[in-house]
Design a protein around this ligand. Structure first.
Ligand code: IPM
Ligand code: MN
Length: 379
């Protein structure tokens, strides 16, 4: 942030906004307000462009993301993504289902590192289904591998066996380099946090688990001996996550386990509506830049879409992660976190995090309140 009157040169950044389906556009609207405010304050110079993704893209173009939109995503400094999917598109062909748009963005932009922080704001400790002392003050980071594993492994088929039976195959594949680069991200993050990494796989039944364990252990020995490395089988890890989550600092795991474990972790924070994420590519050694997409972990929530009930916090904190990881604006990102804590402390809640005595507010009322707190804190 710049004190008023000081003249600075601020780089201009291009953001591609992909609101998507369901509550996606509703929560994205709150981020748009924040971007406009930051631009007006001189806290950033963001140029934004909107495009379709998911079901809304399918309706307009018969694909979940167009080549033109992929081009915009590739050229942007960061992509800010809402959510995709809904019952309306249940019967569209598999290759063009809404989720295919999201998966193509992740794969084609090579966003292999998915950071999913689970932070329990103190006023929300009672919104969790777990006891207050289990979640109060929780701050963990799930690092999910995002471009490999069973999501993308080939073959991926359903074959008619001709005898009234069909056979479905998904393939879990990991190469050494994929395990190594995601492990490196986890170790480097841990060094800036509480210096502990827990690796989760199922080496007791899966070859990919055996390799995962071998590769991360070797990397640890070679480059990260100063970081504590623990291993848990992914099923036991899921249990530990709800038994005593504060034992964790950084959890690193594959694409599918990471998908499941991060949904579990979201309830530690009070609601799925609280979890942001950053999906990052490799840093280009020449430019120092990396491709990045920021999206809330929650989906399109078709059941509450259009009702102004959605919680915009995960979308807003996802933008906060963009400020932190893509634009080096950590102070502004901290400001957003503080503003959210202050808004929650005043008793404002969207329906998903309601508690006794709290004031239930709409999506835009929550967004406005947070923006008000940001402005007050920045003044
Ligand atoms: C997520 C979502 C996606 C995933 C879906 C929408 C394809 O659940 O980001 O966690 O499975 O990765
Ligand atoms: Mn998921």
């Amino acid at each position: 942030m710049t004190p008023k009157g000081e003249v600075t040169f601020m780089a201009s950044y291009k953001l591609l906004l992909l609101p998507g389906d369901g509550i996606g556009p509703e929560v994205m609207a709150e981020v748009k307000k924040l971007i406009a405010w930051m631009n007006a304050q001189g806290m950033g110079t963001f140029e934004t462009e909107d495009a379709l993704v998911g079901g809304s893209s399918y309706d307009a173009h018969k694909v979940a993301v167009t080549d033109a939109t992929m081009g915009l995503a590739d050229a942007a400094d960061a992509v800010i993504f809402g959510a995709v999917g809904g019952p309306k598109w249940d019967s569209v062909p598999y290759d063009v289902r809404p989720e295919a748009g999201l998966l193509r963005l992740r794969k084609d932009l090579a966003l292999f590192a998915n950071l999913r922080p689970a932070v329990c704001y103190p006023p929300l400790a009672d919104s969790s289904s777990l006891k207050r002392d289990v979640v109060e003050g929780l701050d963990i980071m799930i690092v999910r591998e995002l471009t490999g594993g069973v999501y993308f492994g080939e073959p991926k088929t359903i074959t008619d066996l001709g005898n009234g039976q069909k056979r479905a195959v998904d393939t879990q594949v990991y190469d050494t380099y994929e395990i190594e680069r995601i492990s490196r991200v986890a170790f480097e993050l841990a060094r800036k946090r509480r210096n502990k990494v827990t690796s989760m796989e199922k080496r007791n039944v899966m070859k990919t688990g055996v390799l995962w364990h071998e590769v991360i252990s070797a990397l640890h020995q070679r480059e990260f001996k100063d970081v504590t490395l623990e291993h848990q089988l992914a099923d036991a890890g899921g249990m530990q996550l709800v038994r005593w989550p504060k034992q964790f600092d950084v959890i690193v795991t594959d694409n599918l386990f990471g998908d499941m474990l991060s949904d579990v972790a979201s309830m530690l924070t009070g609601s799925l509506g609280m979890l942001p994420s950053a999906s990052l590519g490799e840093t280009d050694p020449k430019t120092g830049k990396r491709k990045a997409m920021y999206e809330p972990v929650h989906g399109s929530a078709p059941d509450i879409a259009g009702k102004a009930m959605a919680n915009p916090i995960a979308m807003i904190t996802s933008f906060g992660m963009a400020l932190r990881y893509s634009f080096g604006l950590a102070t502004a990102a901290d400001l957003i976190d503080k503003a959210i804590a202050a808004t929650l402390a005043k008793g404002l809640r969207t329906a998903d995090i309601k508690s006794e005595g709290a004031k239930i507010v709409s999506t835009s009322e929550m967004g406005n309140a947070i923006l008000g707190e940001i402005a007050a804190l920045a003044a």
